[in-house]
Write a protein that binds this ligand. Structure first.
Ligand code: SF4
Length: 445
């Protein structure tokens, strides 16, 4: 029996473009932007789950759909055993009392015309707190007392009740946002990048405060951040997100000591370390941009940037050369080779020599392709130079990767799992690989 407070099942949030009345009259098909695509995770009572990934990967949309601040396209979110998407008005109001959010930007999330006392008191007014008034004092006096108590607990002072947001620093404003989130004594709080707008010196204070409040009130957190050092500070478990999907889940300790997914490894690589050897460290940052969620890559969504993409069986090609070759192949597929720079050579060179020059301009490293790969790339470029793009594509078709044919998945029931063909995969994925026309090179289990 699980002790989960929050369970997320197949959560999807798509935004649709070209979906206006005019588009429908013109019978234009809507285009789905898959911000969140089939997420599954749970958060235990009293636990902090970190959701980490680059900006634009769908983290904040996940937080908002988990709280039903945005409607999900598909899927279920169970809070304390009840699906929030099946709740009636009364149940939803009670859910809103028990689940809160702290926003990223403490400057825009507070109304400048309201005193901080009014801001923190607002949720109490909306929920008509306290429901039962058995005290001698009026409800309003109790609310004011509650707000002052909250301000004290987040490190401010009840005496500041009548002051306005502009009188506070960024860190203090975030403390006000936290006090407001805790006003109704919630069980669950989504922390959406709670420190990213703050100075580094203030970040640790806010994280320590959140940690203390969790112990004091028995809170359960979903902490959304692009910053692994923030995640490391207070999270029990971590889910790594890439382009709308979770690619790795593990305890915080395992994620930092034994990452399995190439994306997690790359994120960790890019975190600066305070060591005397840091200056010598060769930091491998992620190359390229995150692809568009309008048209995510087939198979593994990370394959266009993956430093470990799996070559086909018997290709006998070095990893770095393989990635360069895939990049050239993708540019041939999208007809994205600018031949204008090479026109000046057309008079003086044979097509094949010209192909060599084009390859040099396209390869981003010092790398030289070994044979027979260099000949194959040269032939493909030569075909493109003669405007025979189909022939160019077919000459490189033997370099298909299993990573572009079969989507990897997270293994169910594991404490540490990663959606990558380089780690053990669920039976359905193994079967799909076996049925695929592409066989992976050694290294795939
Ligand atoms: S499945 Fe392939 S492309 Fe995706 S992360 Fe693993 S090795 Fe890289």
């Amino acid at each position: 029996m699980t002790n989960s407070l929050v369970e997320v099942r197949n959560l999807q949030k798509y935004f649709y473009e070209q979906d206006s009345l005019v588009d429908r009259l013109l019978r234009t098909d809507p285009v789905a932007v898959k911000a969140v695509d089939g997420l599954e995770f749970e958060i235990e009572q009293g636990e902090t789950l970190g959701l980490v990934g680059e900006s634009g990967c769908g983290k904040s949309t996940t937080g908002e759909t988990v709280l039903r601040l945005q409607e999900a396209t598909e899927g279920e979110v169970y809070f304390d055993g009840s699906n929030i998407y099946d709740m009636n008005r009364t149940e939803l109001k009670e859910f809103r009392r028990r689940a809160a959010i702290v926003f990223q930007d403490p400057f825009s999330s507070l109304d400048p015309r309201m005193t901080i006392g009014e801001t923190v008191k607002q949720p109490l007014d909306v929920h008509d707190w306290p429901q039962d008034n058995n005290h001698d004092t009026s409800k309003d006096e109790q609310k004011t007392e509650r707000v002052k108590d909250l301000l004290n607990r987040v490190g401010l002072s009840g005496d500041q009740f009548d002051r306005y947001p502009h009188e506070f620093s960024g860190g203090q404003r975030q403390r006000i946002g936290i006090a407001r989130a805790l006003a109704l004594d919630p069980d669950f709080v989504v922390l959406d990048e709670p420190t990213s707008a703050l100075d580094v010196s203030v970040q640790a204070q806010i994280l320590n405060l959140l940690d203390d409040l969790q112990s004091e009130f028995g809170l359960t957190y979903l902490l959304i951040s692009h910053d692994l050092s923030v995640i490391r500070h207070i999270c029990d478990r971590v889910a790594v997100m890439y382009l709308g999907e979770i690619v790795e889940v593990a305890s915080s300790q395992d994620i930092f000591s034994d990452p399995q997914h190439p994306y997690t490894k790359a994120l960790l690589e890019s975190v600066p370390r305070v060591t005397i050897t840091e200056r010598e460290r060769d930091i491998k940052t992620l190359s390229g941009d995150v692809p568009s969620p309008r048209n995510p890559p087939s198979g593994c969504r990370f394959r266009t940037r993956c430093p470990s993409v799996i070559p086909p069986a018997n290709s006998n090609i070095e990893q770095e050369a393989y990635r360069e070759l895939l990049s050239i192949r993708n540019r041939i597929r999208s007809r994205d080779i600018d031949l204008s720079d090479t026109q000046e050579f057309l008079e003086m060179d044979e097509t094949e020599d010209l192909a060599d020059r084009v390859i040099e301009t396209m390869v981003t490293t010092e790398l030289t392709f070994s044979e027979p790969h260099r000949s194959r790339v040269r032939e493909a470029i030569a075909a493109a130079l003669e405007d025979d793009w189909e022939e160019a594509e077919s000459l490189l078709s033997e370099y298909e990767s299993i990573c572009e044919h079969v989507s990897p998945a997270l293994q169910e029931g594991r404490d540490h799992c990663a959606a990558c063909h380089l780690v053990e995969q669920p039976p359905a994925v193994v079967d799909a690989v076996a049925d695929s026309p592409v066989s992976p090179q050694d290294g795939y289990e």
